[in-house]
Design a binder for this molecule. Structure first.
Ligand code: CA
Length: 221
């Protein structure tokens, strides 16, 4: 099992690397963010351990860049107890697990084995239409590069439209795709949510067009 350990505290890095080697992991160490990112992007590892506070580039950025480059190697983040970030951030940014420093070596080994067993999760592909981007794994939407905050229902509606770009979706299609298939309330609920979405995406070039009497279609420009 190949482990990349990105940790700038050399004593800690050496001790962990030695310990992991004794557990028959093959360990490579990087001591700063840039070197860590360059190695991580090769995708040559079964698991990556990232410290957060690193010279050059934080562990968060490394993880973000890995995911952006579609490198899905499992990531375990090392977070400091008094750190300015919390584990929620780590998981939000695409890490698969985290450990708070100081950590027990036995626990680290157990977590790494479990991550490797699980393997790289199959991540849904980021959807892109025009200047809209929707990342189902991170539940994250941007319009023209700017993040947009959506409710879960708005998110599902946009996801549905982005899965069928340039194909008109009837209210029924949308209800079936976004609401429960057994939804028998007012189908005009779709109109209401399209209205909410339009408002939130008003800064985007990509628009939800109404096709009179038929439904809605997302058109990228
Ligand atoms: Ca550090």
């Amino acid at each position: 099992m190949r482990v990349l350990l990105v940790e700038d505290e050399t004593h800690l890095a050496d001790a962990v690397a030695r310990g992991l080697a004794a557990e028959s992991f093959r360990v490579e160490v990087a001591h700063d963010g840039q070197a860590g990112l360059a190695k991580a992007l090769t995708g040559d590892y079964d698991v990556v351990v990232l410290d957060i506070m690193l010279p050059g580039l934080s562990g968060y950025r490394i993880c973000q860049e890995m995911r952006r480059a579609k490198v899905w190697t499992p990531v375990l983040m090392l977070t400091a107890k008094d750190g300015e970030y919390d584990e929620a951030d780590a998981l939000d940014l695409g890490a698969d697990d985290y450990l708070t420093k100081p950590f027990s070596f036995v626990v680290l080994v157990a977590r790494l084995r479990s991550l490797v067993r699980r393997g790289a999760p199959a991540r849904p592909v980021v959807l892109e239409v025009g200047d809209l981007s929707l990342d189902p794994a991170r539940h994250h939407v941007t319009a023209g590069g700017d993040p947009v905050t959506l409710t879960p229902r708005e998110f599902s509606l946009l996801q549905h439209l982005m899965r069928h770009p340039a194909v008109v979706q009837s209210k029924r299609d949308i209800l079936d795709g976004v609401w429960d298939a057994h939804y028998d309330g007012d189908p005009n609920i779709v109109e209401v949510y399209v209205g909410y979405l339009r408002k939130k995406l008003s800064g985007a070039d990509t628009r939800i067009e109404t096709v009179r009497g038929v439904g809605y279609v997302l058109t990228g420009s």
